[in-house]
Design a protein around this ligand. Structure first.
Ligand code: SAM
Length: 319
């Protein structure tokens, strides 16, 4: 069955035969499309439609392949409810930034919780930090874990770290049960606020995150696009400024296959030791045993990520 037949309740997948088009009420009137070589998996879990396809390798830019050590084709693509979650080509940008923006901002993190992130990419990045002793992950959908292990071994490699504890369940319920002050860092690697991730964008959830963090602990959440979702971002910033009494900052980065080509991150710290997110204090140490060079993150792009265009800065600073 080609992508044309791949339909999802949240988005109609294809208007051009042989292409996957990401049509969603989250970005009305526009759709990013990728040419499909072959659909590799299609399933429906208790929570969402899950699809994996091989993107066509039509893109010509060999220079990218050699110079940037970034593949010139998008490779395999993970889609949930008709929305692209990751491609092999550009997942590094998102996984590295959502992980190292918080973890490089605090000294000596030891206990980290990932909410969502079922593909394992954030786990792969968290594991680079040798000070960390415990990595908990709460992912609601086991199908995402299984599919990622089968089709995205370089992403799901994060599950192989001995410090990882996988919990299959709702992140909202998981956090409610966590003892106060348990974690140094929480990373909320969620899908969009339509479907199972809806509650992960609401005030009560952020309150449970704050309670689960130690004084001066940090949280980083996926925080949508400044081009498309300023209304969502406004609410997130207002809630976070009310709940987190340490630092509250918005950062952003480029991910070509995300809607509008960018994604944002909300970074907050609880009251306690001051956290300056804009100036990393904990570089990914030389004895990063992963032996995989970073493809995207570095300390300069860390600081630059907090520089916002005026239209976004005005809204975010006003909250
Ligand atoms: N890490 C990916 C990337 O590179 O962009 C994108 C996000 S990841 C696939 C989003 C995950 O959040 C999905 O696996 C989804 O099942 C999970 N999720 C959504 N709602 C959740 C909830 N309430 N609790 C736990 N996990 C949830």
């Amino acid at each position: 069955m080609d992508a044309a037949a791949a339909k999802s309740p949240n988005s109609i997948s294809t208007v051009i035969p042989g292409w996957f088009s990401e049509i969603s009420p989250m970005w009305p009137g526009e759709a990013h499309s990728l040419k499909v070589e072959k659909i590799l998996f299609q399933g429906k879990s208790d929570y969402q439609d899950v699809m994996v396809f091989q993107a066509s390798d039509d893109s010509p830019n060999d220079v990218a392949e050699t110079f940037l050590s970034i593949s010139s084709t998008y490779g395999k693509v993970l889609v949930l409810d008709g929305v692209i979650q990751l491609t092999e080509r550009d997942e590094c940008a998102y996984q590295e930034m959502i992980t190292h923006l918080p973890l490089c901002s605090i000294l000596n993190p030891k206990k980290v919780l990932v909410i969502g992130g079922g593909d394992g990419g954030v786990l792969r990045e968290v594991a680079r930090h040798t000070s960390i002793e415990q990595i908990d992950i709460c992912e609601i959908d086991k199908m995402v874990v299984d599919v990622s292990k089968e089709f995205f071994p370089n992403v799901a490699i994060g599950y192989e770290d001995h410090r990882v504890n996988l919990h299959i369940g709702d992140g909202v319920a998981f956090l409610k049960a966590v003892p106060e002050g348990t974690y140094d860092a929480v990373i909320v690697d969620s899908s969009d606020p339509i479907g199972p991730a809806e509650e992960l964008f609401k005030k009560p959830f952020f309150e449970t995150v704050a309670r689960a963090l130690r004084p001066g602990g940090v949280v980083c959440t996926q925080a949508e696009s400044i081009w498309l979702h300023m209304h969502i971002i406004e609410d997130i910033v207002a809630n976070c400024r009310h709940i987190f009494k340490g630092s509250v900052n918005y950062a952003w980065t480029t991910v070509p296959t995300y809607p509008s080509g960018v994604i944002g991150f909300m970074l907050c710290s609880t009251e306690g030791p001051h956290v300056d997110f804009k100036h990393p204090v904990n570089p990914i140490d030389a004895n990063d045993k992963s032996k995989r060079p970073l493809k995207f993150y570095n300390s300069e792009i860390h600081t630059a990520a907090f520089c916002l265009p005026s239209f976004a800065k005005r809204v975010i600073d006003s909250k």
